[in-house]
Design a protein around this ligand. Structure first.
Ligand code: DUC
Ligand code: ZN
Ligand code: ZN
Ligand code: ZN
Length: 468
């Protein structure tokens, strides 16, 4: 089965050009400059005139079915990857979890059991280490060698749950330096945060807004700087700061990068578009909808402005969602009367491609940076390139035909995520995902869904392309 995507503007990290894309089976086989060719025939021709033709989005940070705070993230691999597909994302990298006290490989097997046979798009895993000891360090080597898992997330937050202390972090970094893996860091000083949380609760400050107030930007900046220092001590182990939201943390990353260090970072749409003040303005308990960690930041501290700048300069290399949805009813509501019991997370896997395209419309980013931050760099960062993340001969035919004339309205009434609210309710943005092709198969077209559960494949990843 061959497919020709005709007449569109193909956008990649190095530029945009009018070109036709020929797909054969699951792969892209050729690009033709529209002006200089003989007629090419294909079984199916898709007219992309006036549209952008971009590599399928790669969301490098999702949490389908993540157990958290006595409940679990509300999107399954089935519903979550279907919603991702609707939004132009054709690959996710989810976080498999080793719970504290559990064998790493058992945690991984449990994650495969949730995902395998249920995904609509291709998927890979990072591994969360719930504890660092001799056994888990050995497991790291085995996962890199045999399982295609080449990145490991550690937490400086959540004492007693996922938390690792500095000694554990250093040991994991030393191991990663040896085996080539990337250390991904949740950089918030969880020990200090827990003190602030207990003090707030003792004062009767129980509303959702105190979640953000007890996780100040300074404690993200401190943890980010500490992680960067520990990585330096570990012979410049590659380090990737996840869900970076604070200006000071970005400054620490930028300084390390200026020093030529192996330090990278991502941010997420919620930190670019939503603020603590939006959350504060929500009536009653509704602020719980935006409880996530790292938290939304104050608009008075110009974090969002700095994050957009970081995306432009590549100090922020990737936009991922940290998709971790919980329904308001019965899930977020677990924290009624105690904000510390609100499950942490915002769902957004469906909206990342659109929300970052809005940055192009707003003059924050170039078209090339849009594609780079949502697809090409995540592929390179996490060892999926050039199979994914680029429209080029030999790459998987994961293609999104994006309509810059269209508009998208974000709402619980129209989204496909398994959430009973939208974090962006009623927001209208420019641009619209038109056709979505995953490994040569049209899975979304003209507002209709043609994908199916189980067609997504597990991707064993290589080492990061950015390793020095
Ligand atoms: N942050 C969240 O908001 N949810 C899940 C885990 C995390 O680090
Ligand atoms: Zn995190
Ligand atoms: Zn600043
Ligand atoms: Zn996360």
């Amino acid at each position: 089965m061959s497919l020709l995507v005709k007449g569109g503007t193909v956008v990649g990290p190095t530029g945009a050009q009018k070109a036709d894309v020929l797909v054969d089976g699951e792969k892209i086989v050729a690009l033709f400059d529209s002006g200089y060719r003989q007629e090419v025939t294909a079984d199916e021709v898709i007219d992309a005139t006036g549209k952008y033709v971009i590599p399928g989005g790669i969301d490098a940070h999702t949490h389908m079915e993540l157990p958290f705070g006595g409940t679990a993230a509300s999107d399954t691999f089935d519903t979550g990857t279907r919603a991702a597909a609707w939004g132009g994302t054709t690959t996710i990298i989810d976080f498999a979890v080793q719970r504290t006290g559990e064998v790493v490989q058992d945690g991984l097997a449990a994650w495969h059991a949730k995902a395998d046979g249920n995904c609509h798009i291709d998927y890979a895993f990072h591994m969360i280490l719930g504890g660092v000891d001799d056994e888990s360090l050995k497991a790291m080597d085995q996962l890199v060698t045999d399982e295609g898992i080449t990145s490991f997330k550690l937490f400086m937050a959540y004492p007693g749950v996922f938390y690792s202390d500095d000694g554990q972090i250093l040991r994991a970094m030393q191991t990663a330096r040896e085996n080539g893996a990337m250390i991904m860091m949740h950089a918030e000083n969880g020990i200090a945060i827990d003190v602030l949380v207990q003090q707030a609760l003792a004062r009767g400050e129980t509303d959702p807004i105190y979640h953000g107030i007890t996780r100040p930007a300074a404690l993200e900046t401190e943890a980010t700087s500490r992680a960067i220092t520990l990585a330096e001590v570990a012979q410049d182990c590659p380090l990737y700061i996840v869900h970076l939201s604070a200006s000071g943390a970005l400054e620490a990353v930028a300084a390390a990068r200026n020093d030529g260090r192996n330090v990278f970072a991502e941010t997420c749409p919620q930190y670019l578009y939503l603020t603590l003040e939006d959350q504060l303005g929500a009536p009653g308990f509704e602020g719980a909808k935006w409880v996530c960690s790292t938290p939304l930041r104050s608009k008075h501290e110009h974090h969002a402005r700095d994050l957009w700048k970081g995306l432009k300069t590549n100090d922020l290399a990737v936009v991922s969602t940290d998709h971790c949805p919980f329904c308001f009813k019965d899930q977020k509501e677990l924290g009624l009367g105690d904000f510390s019991k609100i499950p942490n997370g915002v769902g957004g896997v469906e909206h990342r491609v659109d929300l970052i395209y809005q940055g192009v419309v707003d003059g924050q980013l170039s078209l090339e940076r849009w594609v780079e931050t949502i697809a090409t760099t995540p592929a390179r960062m996490f060892g999926l390139y050039p199979q994914k993340g680029i429209i080029a001969p030999g790459s998987d035919a994961d293609i999104v035909i994006y309509d810059p004339q269209g508009t998208t309205r974000l709402s619980v009434e129209t989204h496909h995520m398994n959430m009973d609210y939208s974090a962006y309710e009623g927001v209208e943005i420019a641009g619209r995902v038109g056709t979505v092709i995953s490994r040569g198969e049209v899975i979304v077209a003209d507002g209709n869904y043609h994908g199916r559960k189980g067609r997504g494949r597990y991707l064993k990843r290589g080492l990061s392309s950015y390793l020095l």
